[in-house]
Ligand binder design. Structure first.
Ligand SMILES: NC(=O)c1ccc[n+]([C@@H]2O[C@H](COP(=O)([O-])OP(=O)(O)OC[C@H]3O[C@@H](n4cnc5c(N)ncnc54)[C@H](O)[C@@H]3O)[C@@H](O)[C@H]2O)c1
Length: 336
């Protein structure tokens, strides 16, 4: 099959290489708003070919489109693809606003064309085991769930003003994972943010660190925390505590935390800490793209349909509103 890819940046380069390595993908056609970036990427990835405009991706005879462009281009590209009947994999978020997400979901549904959203934690081995542990009843009833997304350093300054803010850009992964692993809906959130790092965050109306207290519809209490300043390394974990047992996804030799006092068998980290999402979620990214090619080939159902992205978007929106207004927000307040 031939896969088109729009957006030759950080995640686009990674996805292009993973797609090109799949035996059934005969070509990856790459375009970017900046054609030079597409050409540079195609020169580095065997099996990738640059197309000189994004426009041409829609007439190049591709079987599916992978959207890895900047967030504000997602809704437009997904809308065009479903109108053309071409299945799409879209990096999160599906759109840069709640209205845009809502309209994109409606367009995908009306067209009946599959849209898979890139919440890669759904493909991480640890998150899948945690989900099974909850579903099997092995943990008993849940009392606490704690999720964190700690980046070692902020993204380039230019990324911040168009990112949608920490809760929509980053905590959205934690919110989706909490729903995915517990199998429950969120009733309400209370979120707070802090700015102790670079001024760019405050200038963009954003925060560099934030935590949401998330209450599920059965009363379970969860926290979702994120920061752009965890210099020890990239730390993404989900801890699930129940009345009978507890499990944690994302705790291994490379997790950048040190027990105190140090255990006899582990003096600090046994291995170099995770440097970032590209390293930590390499296997999950590969798995979600394999799932996308299976979806394009009609061999599997959609593992992350746009309706799931819309739910995560409602939760992130509620967190952002809660942070700005300093109050508890019921999810029903933001739901359309
Ligand atoms: N799931 C994840 O873990 C994860 C990780 C990183 C980024 N992302 C998402 O992936 C997207 C890209 O992030 P990134 O870090 O690669 O950004 P980036 O800035 O490195 O790359 C974005 C690229 O998109 C191009 N672009 C902008 N508008 C375009 C358009 N209309 N058509 C085609 N190309 C266009 C830019 O020129 C740039 O090359 C973001 O939406 C981000 O939220 C997801």
């Amino acid at each position: 099959m031939r896969i088109a890819l729009a957006g030759a940046g950080r995640i686009g380069a990674r996805h292009a290489a993973a797609l090109a390595a799949l035996p059934e993908v005969e070509a990856v056609l790459v375009a970017d708003a900046d054609p030079r970036r597409a050409r540079d990427l195609a020169a580095r990835v065997r099996g990738a070919r640059a197309v000189d405009s994004v426009e041409k991706l829609f007439t190049a005879g591709a079987d599916g489109l992978v959207v890895t462009a900047a967030t504000d281009a997602h809704a437009g590209l997904v809308g065009r693809s479903v109108a053309a009947g071409m299945p799409v994999f879209c990096e999160k978020p599906l759109a840069s606003t709640l209205d845009g997400t809502f309209q994109t979901v409606a367009a995908a549904r009306a067209a009946g064309v599959p849209v898979q959203v890139g919440f890669q934690r759904r493909f991480d081995a640890g998150y899948l085991v945690a989900r099974d542990a909850v579903a099997s009843g092995r943990l008993g009833w849940l009392h606490t769930v704690r999720s964190c997304s700690f980046d070692p350093a902020p993204p380039p300054a230019g990324y911040i003003p168009t990112s949608g803010g920490l809760f929509r850009d980053c905590v959205i992964h934690d919110l989706d994972s909490i729903r995915f692993v517990t199998g429950r809906e969120v009733a309400r959130v209370m979120a707070m943010g802090a700015n102790k790092g670079d001024e760019i965050f405050q200038e963009s109306g954003d925060v560099d660190t934030g935590t949401a207290l998330v209450t599920l519809d059965d009363g379970t209490l969860c926290t979702a925390s994120a920061t752009r300043y965890n210099a020890a390394g990239y730390d993404v974990r989900l801890e699930v505590f129940g009345s009978k047992d507890s499990v944690v996804a994302g705790l291994d030799d490379q997790t950048p935390i040190s027990p105190i006092p140090e255990r006899a068998h582990s003096a600090g980290h046994a291995a170099e800490a995770y440097s970032g999402f590209l390293e930590r979620f390499a296997a999950a990214y590969d798995a979600e793209l394999r799932a996308f090619t299976d979806l394009v080939a009609g061999r599997r159902s959609n593992p992350c349909p746009p309706e799931e992205a819309l739910e995560a978007c409602y939760l992130a929106e509620a967190c952002e509103l809660s942070r700005r207004e300093g109050r508890v927000v019921e999810i029903e307040e933001v739901r359309r």
